[in-house]
Design a protein around this ligand. Sequence first.
Ligand code: MG
Length: 458
Amino acid sequence: MTTDKLMVSVSGVRGRVGEGLTPEVITGFASGFGAWAAARATGGRATIVVGRDSRVSGPMFHRAAIAGLQSVGCDVIDVGVVPTPTVQLAVEFHHAAGGLAITASHNPIEWNALKFIAPSGLFLSAEEGAAMREATSAGIARATWDRLGQVTADPEAVTRHLDAILSLPYLDVEAIRQRRLHVALDCVRGAGSVIMPALLERLGCRVTAINLEPDGRFPHAPEPIAANLADLEALVRTSHADVGFAVDPDVDRLALIDERGRAIGEDYTLALAASVVLQRQKGPVVTNLSTSRIVDDIAAEAGVPVIRAPVGEVHVAIRMRAEGAPVGGEGNGGVIVAGLHLGRDAPAGAALILQLLTDSGGATLSAVTGRWPRYAIVKDKLDRPAGSLDRIYDTLRSAFPGATVDLQDGLRLTWPDSWLHVRPSGTEPIVRVIAEAPTDARARELVARARAPLDAMR
Ligand code: MG
């Protein structure tokens, strides 16, 4: 069931507030999730962790979700306004039967969403999502008055999250503290303000911050891409900060601004953070098929392979677990540190970047970044044509006979210095076409050549 008002995927449900997304919808999905989790829990009674970002609609949906869980006899541990990775960690900490994060991540203010978290702390996989739908398709048994779930608050989830980050073996907290780095910070009035200033304080940073009020009234488009970070770029310049950090409203994506006040591109967050981990622990790096090949350069220097998974945090997390990867993530600024938990975590990414600046002995972020090649990445999308895309994939494979082919998630063609990825979106009726190459002209040419047969089909 996906409409332009409500989008349902294996790991959650997302919609515009008051259009597709209503308290009834949230209660329905929360009670279905709770009933499924309880059926799998020992003794048939489940504890579910619930947290939310700072969106204006958050308190309403938070109450609706909790009511749904109570109605099927689930006990609730309420962690309040926290980052999504904090909810994931709290599920693991409490050995809960699952978790719900009420957040539309980087989507604009009119959106909200419910995301389902498995007992492992990972988002639900496709198999788990299908099993939940199957188990609840025939209806949900409600609890009688004497079996309703209880609600308790856990105000310590953020502190535990910070403690876990600061005890990562990749960080020398004392050395970072002695560097006294000056950080400019933009939390876009999201949940970042409950964790990022405290993290930076514990790492001895001087902080100049904007948008710390966690009221969900985003002062700019909340996706942390360069086009939305002009205020933070200016803040870095006027405050003479060493680095700028921008996070999205649920704090699983981190973007970097260098000391000259320039957004360095979200693909570099994962690459630079991974370089810090790989200096201290060797192992494969897992990322998705649409992430920049700068990750390959950094892995090659460390002498470790890059493994590519389908797009989506849970695909990367599951593959990291299977491969024993110490670090991975997505090119959108999502860093996953396996020693912490298998979820994208912006505060962990920020701590690793501060370690990088500490390791580089006074070098600026632009100098550190300048050691690596720059690539041009071009992202395009078009309405999904009717019919199977397999014919398009065959056409493109014939057109580029020398490329390495990957069919895990759409079609990805790879050459030594460039790649092209054509994939249908999992949440919208569109096809994404992404290419990366040493020059913008070459990347654009790849996108144009992939679009030609797609446009001809429409
Ligand atoms: Mg997010």
